[in-house]
Design a protein around this ligand. Structure first.
Ligand code: ZN
Length: 243
């Protein structure tokens, strides 16, 4: 069944949560660019700094700061200025723990988004690369944080008592990397920005000579599934209402 998302004009704030720097750029930055161009304030929350990433001999201790800066640069390309990183979670070791859930609930209650974009907690057997275990963990922790924890004032009551963070209901969730999408966004007009954002992740993409071709291939397959014209590109989601 095709989803009917909220109209963008009814959305003031979006919070995107992902495990690693570059995940949001691969999966959703074309869509994010359409949102920021529509005047929506978008916040990125990365659960790790991607310290297991990279492909060359960059000293490993430099990787977290390097990848944080790459993500900030990539976000700026698609109009996202508010980029946050959680501390204390290690790339490759992410679990949907209460520590991670609480950390996400904190940011939900700070940002108070109407819409969230998260990773899939469900493994996509057709595209194993989208289903890195950290992605599954970040997706599971994020959906648990959205429902029920963020809206329940009795969940993590210390967030209210110590930080004054009231319960918040997120109306709608967009899940990327899902096995069965029900909503597609035509990103033909923001595809160049998406590629520029991905190129900002130099430690991850500078060796990919076929980056644009590969991304155009995925985007075209999505566009085809969405019934869009042949020369279009799209990003795919499962959109759910949490009402
Ligand atoms: Zn990742």
């Amino acid at each position: 069944m095709t989803a009917v998302p909220l109209d963008d004009s009814d959305v003031q704030r979006v919070l995107c949560v992902a495990a690693h720097p570059d995940d949001l750029d691969f999966g959703a930055s074309g869509t994010v660019a359409t949102w920021t161009r529509a005047g929506i304030a978008v916040t990125y929350l990365l659960c790790t700094r991607g310290d297991q990433g990279g492909f060359d001999d960059t000293p490993r201790e430099l990787m977290p700061a390097l990848r944080e800066q790459e993500q900030r640069d990539a976000a700026a390309v698609v109009g996202v200025e508010d980029v946050r990183f959680l501390d204390g979670f290690r790339d490759g070791w992410l679990e949907p723990s209460h520590d991670l859930q609480r950390a996400i609930v904190r940011v939900i209650r700070q940002v108070r988004p109407q819409r969230m974009l998260i990773q899939s907690s469900e493994r996509n057997w057709e595209r194993i690369g989208a289903s890195h275990p950290d992605h599954l963990a970040a997706g599971e922790a994020a959906i648990r944080a959205i429902y029920p924890a963020a809206r329940n004032p009795f969940a993590y009551p210390e967030l209210l008592e110590e930080e004054g963070l009231d319960a918040w209901v997120v109306d709608e969730v967009w899940i990327m990397g899902v096995p069965e999408p029900n909503h597609w966004v035509d990103i033909t007009g923001t595809f160049d920005a998406k590629i520029s954002a991905l190129r900002a992740h130099k430690s991850q993409t500078s060796h990919m000579d076929d980056l644009e071709t590969r991304l155009r291939g995925w985007g075209s397959a999505n566009a085809l599934a969405a019934g869009l014209p042949e020369d279009h590109v799209a990003e795919a989601y499962r959109v759910i209402s949490t009402a």
